[in-house]
Design a protein around this ligand. Structure first.
Ligand code: SAM
Ligand code: SF4
Length: 347
């Protein structure tokens, strides 16, 4: 094993602050070193987060989007998507059903869809909060400070807004008419408003380097995120990035494992994207630092249309079936599904 790798891993084991170079060395782990990296990440996850796995049911309530992100199948220019919007009634009803089944968090996610005015969103959040005991995570993209404030006042607890990449040039190229600085500002506003914030990145974006990945992780740590979604980029055939290679299982697991080492008390999901590129990827992620699963609980008839990337895993299971298979998966790992809200407890 590389001496620098052994030194960086030792530093992580002792709980010392990992610097840029340490992170780079760890991300460059070869096959033999990876085993050590993944084992330590799993140990750190157990020490800080315990063996509970938190379940967040995701409701993809609209696939309309005004943005043109080059990686995403929902971009406005993709006319091949059958667009849908869920009514307030259906969204609230879906959340109520999730609550009855034992879910304790719902994530309301959509494209950037102005149809859902802040009044509409606030009403939906308020109803879910009043009618269930669910924690509510919003994931509706970049909005104004005033909008975020209204969501918070309505009772939203968390907000998921992935930085996607920490490279400002790549960001501007992949997300036309948007800049990294604005997205980071949104995350800071959300934190200021008392949301638990979720960020994250895509691993394997064209133009991304190892240095970008190191900076992605450093940015998440600097932002003091409460949650981070680390998943592979999966090329969508109807986007400008069609034909690019996409992120790999091993690289994604390495980024996740290092994330766990440098942010030991943060919630990390085993992403659906990882399960999509590799059957069993979710289980592997749970063994490399992850402690959260986000099953899709959108009404089944709509799921196939929320096609951010092709062949998305978990588009057919009903919410009750999801829980069954997750209980089985988590049990196989000797862990248990949490019955609590799964807020981040900062250590
Ligand atoms: N519109 C909101 C936003 O962009 O933040 C929320 C919905 S968006 C579909 C949720 C996430 O999907 C993004 O943060 C991005 O990381 C992920 N995503 C989009 N296209 C993807 C792709 N081709 N491969 C992997 N992840 C993708
Ligand atoms: Fe819209 Fe989000 Fe997809 Fe970008 S990533 S096109 S903002 S849904």
């Amino acid at each position: 094993m590389d001496k620098r790798f052994i030194k960086a891993l030792e530093k992580a084991r002792r709980g010392r602050l990992l610097q840029y170079d340490d992170i780079l060395v760890l991300l460059s782990a070869g096959p033999q070193e990876q085993v050590e990296l993944f084992t330590l990440a799993d140990r750190v996850r157990r020490r800080y987060m315990g063996d509970e796995v938190h379940i967040r049911g995701i409701i993809e309530f609209s696939n309309y989007c005004v943005r043109q992100c080059c990686y995403c199948g929902l971009r406005a220019a993709n006319t091949g998507v059958k667009r849908y919007r869920l009514s307030e009634e259906v969204i609230v009803h879906t959340a109520q059903k999730a609550y009855r089944l034992g879910y304790r968090t719902v994530v309301l996610q959509s494209g950037e869809d102005p149809y859902y005015s802040i009044e509409r969103l606030a009403r939906i959040i308020r109803r879910i909060k009043m009618e269930t005991g669910l924690a509510v995570t919003m994931s509706v993209g970049e909005r104004s400070f005033a909008d975020y404030q209204r969501m918070r006042e309505a009772g939203a607890d968390r907000y998921l807004l992935k930085q996607e990449t920490s490279d400002p040039v790549l960001f501007a190229k992949l997300r036309p008419q948007t800049i990294l600085e604005d997205r980071v500002r949104c995350l800071k506003w959300l934190k200021e408003l008392g949301f638990q914030i979720g960020s994250g990145n895509m691993v394997g974006l064209p133009g991304q380097t190892m240095e970008t990945l190191v900076r992605d992780l450093v940015l998440m740590r600097e932002l003091d995120v409460d949650m981070a979604g680390i998943g592979p980029f999966i090329p969508h055939p109807k986007t400008p990035l069609a034909g690019n290679p996409g992120g790999t299982l091993v690289m994604t697991l390495k980024v996740l494992a290092v994330a766990r080492l440098i942010m030991p008390d943060v919630n990390f999901p085993a992403t659906t994207a990882l399960e999509t590129i590799h059957s069993g990827g979710r289980k592997l992620a749970l063994q490399c630092g992850a402690n959260v699963i986000m099953p899709n609980i959108t009404p089944v008839a709509c799921r196939a249309h929320y096609s951010i990337y092709p062949n998305k895993a978990g588009t057919k299971e009903e919410p009750e079936e999801c829980l069954c298979s997750i209980n089985k998966l988590v049990g196989e790992l000797g862990r248990k599904v949490s019955t609590g809200l799964g807020d981040r407890i900062k250590i």
